[in-house]
Design a protein around this ligand. Structure first.
Ligand code: PLP
Length: 471
């Protein structure tokens, strides 16, 4: 059996690292998102897998000329869409080592250093974010998976770990705000709570969960013979980075014995900055908390950090003991396969270790502070402009705004939708939208590792020019 020889690997490997270095250095020269139609790339790909080997040169050639023209450049400094998925050079290098070592990290025995490093870096993260001391972390592939874990744990706690909903006479209910991420409803569906038992709690004018409405819903359900099992609150909603009042929600959860999971997928990183920790007030009431280093902490996808106060409830939710994985070491080590859904696990702790050591906590703090500062500068420009308005409070590094020069409300949605298209058309900046209270809203999400104030200013100038041209 022929494999790539060491010399070819070395040569191509060096070429690839050079390519990545050059790509990252010049990514701003490319249009942020590709201008292509559905099927364009598909039509240029072979219908069949090649029967005989192809050279790395040919494969790389097609990568550059067929694949790259269809790539959205999330690391482009003009990327202001969705939330960032920011990466960084140390993270990319660690990813190469992870693939190079190719270890499976399901249990301690299958990669002892990976398991122990995961324990250590997650504890670093806990301390960096000032999370409660009784929280223990584990890496998940995403916040959606972590939230599903929280919902499954809540189901198991409520049903006495029987993993069986068929005999349940009192339906279990789940509570989250209308502004929460779709992963909550999806998780509740997967966990079997039933669509009829997911309560979407109304929000206040700033899009944060209304705790009075939450309590009302819990009381109503209890009266109707249901068992409120879990509240999922959000710090930094996806639409507008609204912050649910965790302390008030937490007190309600405690009073009615309902579990509390906090989703801070994007905004969690902000807790590295002590001045921003007030948004996390009340976290001591939470049974679990998730945030994504793969969104705003310089760690390339995937890497989500899930923290729980009672790891034994999590592992009791998931553990099974197949003979072929018994090692006799179970009592001395952490087997992360029991802390989530998949068995096989990547060595993601290595990326975090590289990133945190390479930037230092101070470096990460500086990045967050800078992005929040850019957002507040942008916010001021919006607020000071007579034809623009802010649509939600700016808590972190997202600004929600729209054009509004006083023309009839009924025409504004269409105008702003067209405006967004014009802003993105030249390809040097990219923004996305949301709808807040029925109003079409532009989102300026600042957070790639290459974004500087000049890029934010350029984006604002583009926005103003486009608006003036079409107003
Ligand atoms: C992005 C986001 C998620 C989903 O994160 P994944 O890691 O992609 O699953 C969940 N909740 C919130 C608030 C988010 O912003």
């Amino acid at each position: 059996m022929e494999h790539m020889d060491k010399e070819t690997f070395r040569r191509v490997g060096h070429e690839l690292v050079d390519w990545v270095a050059e790509y990252l250095d010049t990514v701003d020269a490319r249009p942020v998102v590709p201008r292509i139609d559905p099927g364009d790339i598909l039509s240029r790909l072979a219908d069949h897998a090649p029967e005989t080997p192809e050279s790395m040169n040919r494969i790389m050639d097609d990568f550059k000329h067929v694949i790259m023209p269809g790539i959205s450049h999330w690391q482009h400094p003009g990327w202001f869409g969705y939330f960032p998925a920011n990466s960084s050079p140390p993270s990319i290098l660690a990813e190469l080592l992870i693939a190079g070592v190719g270890a499976q990290c399901m249990i301690w025995q299958t990669s002892p250093a990976a398991a122990e490093l995961e324990t250590v870096v997650l504890d670093w993260l806990r301390k960096m974010l000032g999370l409660p001391e009784n929280m223990t972390g584990v890496i998940q592939d995403g916040a959606s998976a972590a939230t599903l874990c929280a919902l499954l744990t809540a189901r198991e706690v409520a049903t006495g770990f029987k993993s069986n909903l068929t005999g349940i006479t009192m339906p279990l209910t789940v509570y989250t705000s209308v502004e929460s991420h779709s992963s909550v409803e999806k998780g509740a569906k997967i966990a079997g709570f039933g669509k009829d038992h997911i309560r979407l709690i109304p929000t206040d004018p700033e899009f944060a969960m209304d705790p009075v409405e939450l309590e009302r819903a819990i009381v109503r359900d209890r009266k109707a013979g249901m068992t409120p099992a879990c509240v999922v609150a959000t710090i930094g909603t996806t639409s507008s980075t609204a912050v649910d009042p965790i302390d008030r929600i937490g007190r309600i959860c405690r009073q009615y014995n309902v579990r509390l999971h906090v989703d801070a997928a994007y905004a969690g990183t902000a807790a590295v900055v002590p001045e921003l920790r007030h948004f996390f007030k009340g976290l001591e009431y939470a049974h679990s908390f998730v945030f994504n280093p793969h969104k705003w902490m310089l760690t390339n996808f995937d890497c989500s950090a899930y923290f729980v106060t009672e790891p034994d409830l999590l592992t009791r939710t998931f553990e099974i003991h197949p003979e072929y994985l018994k090692t006799g070491l179970e009592s001395q080590v952490t087997n992360y396969r029991d802390w989530g859904i998949p068995l096989g696990r990547r060595f993601r702790a290595l990326k975090l270790w590289f990133v945190i050591r390479s930037y230092g906590v101070a470096g990460i703090r500086r990045m967050v502070t800078e992005h929040v500062h850019f957002a507040n500068t942008f916010k001021r420009w919006v607020a000071d402009h007579p034809s623009f308005e802010l649509m939600a409070p700016v808590h972190f590094s997202l600004v929600c705004f729209r054009f509004n020069d006083g023309r009839p409300e009924s025409t504004l949605n269409e105008f702003n939708e067209a405006l967004l298209e014009n802003i993105n058309e030249p390809g040097d900046v990219f923004l996305t939208h949301t709808v807040l209270g029925g109003k079409y809203t532009l989102r300026m999400a600042i957070g790639t590792w290459k974004t500087e104030e000049t890029h934010v200013r350029q984006a604002w100038e583009r926005i103003v020019n486009c608006a003036e041209a079409s107003a």
